[in-house]
Design a binder for this molecule. Structure first.
Ligand code: HEC
Length: 161
């Protein structure tokens, strides 16, 4: 009787542990299908001081995120913002975008990403729609900077008509 009881308890402990592990895994933000047809927010150029962010970036917002940019408050759930970064070369005085380095994505889901201010953060490398630079457990690194620097709902850029 005793050994059975112990085995039962051990099994229960393992199941509880697995249950916790499964429920704490946060779903990754999806690849932002079609974002190149979304609303262009702005573009910027960063030099080598910005390390891996050196290059030309274009920022796009889906329609929900445009609502967020135009409101004075928070971005609604379903907002998606994409930071699309390219390498640049100088061609006879013209700065020309060449290879896509990566895209950084923010997806608003106030329940799923409650731990990072309601924003899921991810990065897709180069032209890949599946290869990510990191898992959700690294998202607090993105959010820490956004939260500290941004005035409104962790979004740093402003929309100008
Ligand atoms: C050191 C600070 C810092 C970190 C860390 C950081 N960002 Fe940003 N992010 C910025 C700044 C500054 C901008 C605005 C760029 C501009 O004005 O053109 C920005 C803009 C963005 C935007 C466009 C929306 C907005 O907030 O304006 C997205 C999307 C984005 N970052 C995603 C990410 C992701 C994903 C990560 C983690 C891999 C990340 N960021 C890490 C500083 C940071």
């Amino acid at each position: 009787m005793k050994p059975n009881l112990l085995a039962g308890l051990a099994a229960l402990t393992v199941m509880t542990y697995l249950g916790q592990a499964a429920s704490s895994a946060v779903e990754e933000p999806a690849y932002p299908e079609g974002y190149r047809r979304w609303t262009h927010v702005l573009s910027g150029v960063s030099n080598a001081n910005f390390n891996r962010y050196e290059g030309l970036h274009n920022i796009y917002a889906n329609s929900k995120a445009v609502e967020g940019y135009k409101s004075s408050g928070a971005f609604p759930d379903g907002s998606v913002i994409v930071f699309d970064l390219f390498e640049v070369v100088d061609k006879g005085g013209a700065t020309v975008a060449t290879r896509r380095k990566f895209i950084d994505v923010m997806v608003k889901d106030s329940k799923r990403y409650a731990a990072t201010g309601g924003w899921g953060y991810t990065e897709f490398l180069g032209e890949s729609r599946t290869e990510r630079a990191f898992a959700q457990d690294k998202a607090p690194g993105c959010h820490g900077c956004h939260e500290a620097k941004a005035g409104r709902d962790a979004v740093l850029t402003r929309f100008k008509d």
